[in-house]
Design a protein around this ligand. Structure first.
Ligand code: PLP
Length: 380
């Protein structure tokens, strides 16, 4: 029988980039500026250049990036922040940490991105209840694909809402010929190891074209410091990116475009070879995915669970994003008004993420398809 196919294989990538990585790390060990050393600045420049954003501010995680951006908008009690329910917990967590109220919005059944019709309805409800002031939309670029930015921008502008992009999963994706990074007032990135650009630990960044906000985020990530170090202007965070992480991420940025191409190639291979009763991911129009996650849809929960079991039995990794929407989570449900969000509530029962990463070998991806095809034949 063929060997196992892990859901993610970071050690294969490390072996591939080892010779590039070593000299960068050695340089940090030589200068010993472990906090805000020269690599952090170099990484910020490379990041902003990569996606044509005026500023990139490296921070300690994607979650801290979101937190700093919300702090920069003075978000607090009696304010409403709209966000999709079908996302990772961090998107809602930061809202509650600041005492504001998350307003959960449904997602599009085909692309899983935030649904504009649901957003409008949720906004109207908040407005009519007159308890919360609608302030911010955090739109998530989910699974590597972009949110519907043109529609979001139009809606946010018409209601005077601030738009924030949680791009933790989609750095490198393209929307209407633009790399993601400039669609919102601020775009937040995560370099958690499993994201398309992943470090060897936690890391994140904020991208913005706004000069004043950029200075504010720099202050917020470092204890609210002013221009002079011991001149504290505001309540801030210790949310800096380590110099060592910056050195690692610089190395990974060197090979990032190649890796994106590799992910695209694997996605096309899966698209082409999946049996008919398994639906490949639907592309967001006019976009290119970063393929953080390749998520297929099955006809029923029973079939999904059966396929997942078959993959497991054949030592092939898979994952479910997200088994439970945020408004059903024990920590969050008390903040939800009970409105049904049918897509977010049901999708978790039908979806399955397959292995997709640059070091997935040709024989590994064909092994995945072989097992899926056999399962489809046995279960038709
Ligand atoms: C990973 C992720 C985050 C959080 O990033 P961390 O770097 O782990 O803090 C936020 N939002 C989404 C959608 C994510 O996938």
């Amino acid at each position: 029988m063929s060997g196992s196919v892990p859901f993610l294989n970071l050690s294969a990538q490390r072996t591939r980039i080892n010779s590039l990585l070593k000299p960068r790390l050695d340089r940090v060990f030589e200068h010993c500026q472990f906090v805000l050393g020269p690599e952090v600045q170099e990484f910020e420049q490379r990041l902003s250049h990569y996606c044509h954003a005026r500023h990139a501010i490296a921070v300690s995680s994607g979650t801290d990036a979101l937190l700093a951006v919300l702090m920069g908008e003075d978000i607090g009690p009696d304010m409403a922040v709209f966000l999709p329910s079908f996302t990772y917990t961090a998107t809602a967590e930061v809202v509650l940490l600041l005492g504001a109220t998350p307003i959960f919005v449904d997602v599009d059944p085909e692309t899983f991105q935030i649904d504009i019709a649901s957003l409008k309805k949720r906004y109207d409800t908040v407005l009519s209840l007159k308890k919360l002031v609608p302030k911010v939309i955090i739109a998530v670029d989910l699974f590597g694909q972009p949110a519907p930015w043109d529609e979001l921008k139009e809606f946010a502008a018409s209601r005077k809402l601030t738009l924030i992009a949680d791009c933790a999963q989609s750095f490198g994706a393209v929307y209407k010929n633009r790399k993601l990074g400039c669609e919102a007032l601020a775009t937040t990135l995560s370099f958690f190891p499993s994201k398309p650009l992943g470090g060897y630990g936690d890391g994140g960044a904020i991208l913005t074209n706004d000069d004043e906000k950029a200075a504010l985020y720099r202050s917020l990530r470092s204890h609210g410091e002013g221009k002079e170090r011991y001149n504290v202007q505001r309540i801030g965070l210790n949310a800096r990116l380590d110099t060592l992480q910056a050195a690692i991420l610089l190395t990974k940025l060197d090979v990032f475009e190649q890796e994106l191409q590799k992910r695209e190639e694997i996605a096309r291979y899966y698209d082409k070879h999946l049996p008919l009763n398994i639906t490949p991911p639907q592309r967001v129009p006019y976009s290119k995915s970063a393929w953080a996650i390749y998520c297929v849809t099955l006809e029923s929960r029973v079939k999904r669970d059966s396929l997942r079991q078959t993959l497991t039995d054949n030592n092939i990794g898979s994952a479910i994003y997200y088994p439970k929407p945020l408004h059903f989570q024990p920590a969050y449900k008390k903040y939800h008004d009970g409105t049904a969000l049918p897509v977010s509530e049901s999708k978790g029962g039908y979806v399955l993420a397959l292995p997709i990463y640059p070091d997935l070998k040709d024989d590994e991806r064909s092994q995945v398809i072989k097992v899926i095809k056999k399962w489809a034949k046995d279960n038709s």
